[in-house]
Each structure stands twice: as C-alpha cells, then as structure tokens.
Design a protein around this ligand. Structure first.
Ligand code: A2P
Length: 278
C-alpha cells in the first residue's frame, strides 16, 4: 500500500498530505464510504458539522481495526456557532457524533464576516486546544484580512487554511502570505467538484503518464505542496484517487496546468461575502 507523505505543522503535529473529503456525501452512506477509504489506505478524513455526516464518520472509526492513533480526523465549526457558548456546545456535539475523546483538527468553516464573530470563534478554538481537546486548530475559507485579524487579536496563527483550490482556481496570490506565517494550504474541491475531470489539457498530461485525469490533478496538488482531500462515494474511484504516487509531473506539465488558472474559476462561494448560517 502506498505511503502517503505527511506534512509537519507549525504546532509539531503531522497531517497526511492526502485524505478523503466527505462534503456532499449522503449521511446514510458515509460510514460505508469512509470504511472503503480506510481499507484503501486513507488515514485522514475531513468532515464538518455542516455536512451532517459526522455520525457516519464516527461509525466507520468505531468499525475499523486501524488504531485511533493512526487516523487523522478533521471537522469544522458550523457558521451559526461562532459565539463562544455555541461553539463549545457545537464542539461537544461533534465529539459525541464522532465518538472521540480528542480531535486531530478543528477548523472554523467560514469566516462569515457579516456576522462579525470569527475572532470569538478563534479564541474558543484556542481555548479547546489549550485544554487538550483538539490537537491542531485551523480555519477554512479565510482571506488574508481575516487571517491578519485573528493573528493580530490573539497572537495565534492557524496551522491550516482550507480553501477552494484546483487547476482552474489556483489561488497563487494567497500562497506567499501563508508561507510567511507557516500556514499550510489544504485544497477543497481539488477536482473542481469534478468539473476539471474533462479538461483537455489535463487529459493530455494524464495520457502521457498513463494516469487518469483525477490521479493527475491529485498528484499536481501533492507536487504543489498542498494538502488534498478529494471526495468520491465510489469505491473504485476512492482506490484510484489514492493510487497517485510513483510518478512526477515535469516542468512542461506543471507549466501547462499553471496556464489553466482563471481569476473567475471559483466553483464555490466567495468567503468575503458568504453569509449562510448552518
Ligand atoms: P463521485 O462522488 O460520484 O465519485 P472534488 O473532490 O473536487 O469535490 O470532486 C468530487 C467530484 O468528483 C464528485 O462529483 C465525484 O463523484 C467526482 N470524482 C471523484 N473522483 C473521481 C474519479 N476518480 N473519477 C471520476 N469522478 C470522480
């Protein structure tokens, strides 16, 4: 079975560079999907309160013979739970659903700037980490101004920022700031929610290496030094998406993929304005 590189985080913990994302996985099949992934060799699973499938992730964790210490479980605080008391209650509910004593990573799901409470949420995550209930804390969908604000007000930077990132939306303007603060970028919708899979440039590069489009894109994320969490509900695709080691994209391939970047290539919501509560 392939060994997945791990990324050392600033807080001393390590996260597998490749994991399974379960956004949009039906709660009724989540336990099966996560079990398939663990059997395929995945050790990192990314869920969220807002996905309503933490219970399924928890069932798969209970079911597996893989020791807890080998798994890396991430969840995310719901948007309506930024106030301290709500965040604490939401976190307790997450831990109950997952059946865990300690969470590997907890992220603020969206900053929801219009709500004005993400600093309070961040302080609560810092508190939970200090208590030992979470090993690593981070954020998701934070722009530079949101990051600057939480760092400025607490002196504590997140170790990870999970943002939309794929060949059509490469977020290159964000990379320098993250590097400067040692914040690792984790790519969500790494396949562009599947929309990158029929791209002709990707198809050409995939053919050259004898790989599928999905494998080529996932490998591109790894080669870019990003953490990547592709989603699939199909066992054969879950296996395929993990078989992404043992080849290298050359400079020409990387240049061609760089050329696919579009400033308006986003498939999800804009974090500056997203205000949905869940
Ligand atoms: P499915 O879950 O039906 O397999 P992203 O990770 O960017 O959000 O993309 C997920 C989308 O890509 C889902 O629609 C998923 O469909 C599809 N997908 C994931 N892996 C593969 C693959 N190896 N081949 C084809 N489609 C895939």
């Amino acid at each position: 079975m392939a060994s997945v590189p791990s990324i050392k985080l600033r807080d001393g913990n390590s996260i597998p560079q490749l994991g399974l994302g379960v956004w949009q996985v039906d709660p009724n099949i989540t336990a099966r999907v996560v079990t398939d992934a663990i059997e395929a060799g995945y050790r990192s699973i990314d869920t969220a309160e807002g996905y309503n499938n933490e219970q399924g992730v928890g069932d798969a964790i209970k079911r597996t013979s893989v020791p807890r210490s080998e798994l890396f479980i991430t969840s995310k605080l719901r948007n309506g739970g930024h106030a301290r008391d709500l965040a604490l209650a939401s976190f307790d509910a997450t831990m109950k659903a997952l059946g865990l004593e300690q969470l590997d990573m907890f992220l603020i799901h969206w900053p929801v700037p219009s709500q004005g409470k993400y600093v309070e949420a961040w302080k609560t995550l810092v508190e939970l980490k200090t208590q030992g209930r979470i090993r690593s804390i981070g954020v998701s969908n934070f722009n530079q101004d949101h990051l600057e604000r939480i760092i400025g007000e607490t002196g504590e930077a997140p170790v990870v920022n999970q943002i939309e990132l794929h060949p059509r939306f490469q977020q290159r303007d964000k990379r320098a700031f993250h590097k400067q603060h040692d914040i690792v970028i984790e790519s969500w919708s790494p396949l562009g929610s599947g929309r990158m899979l029929d791209d002709p440039t990707i198809a050409q590069i995939a053919k050259k290496h004898g790989k599928s489009a999905a494998q080529t894109i996932i490998h591109w994320h790894l080669q870019e030094g990003l953490i990547v969490i592709p989603k699939s509900t199909h066992k054969e695709r879950i296996v395929e998406n993990f078989d992404v080691f043992g080849f290298e994209l050359d400079a020409d391939d990387m240049a061609k993929i760089k050329g696919l970047d579009q400033s308006r290539g986003r498939v999800g919501s804009d974090p500056a304005t997203a205000s949905f509560l869940f």
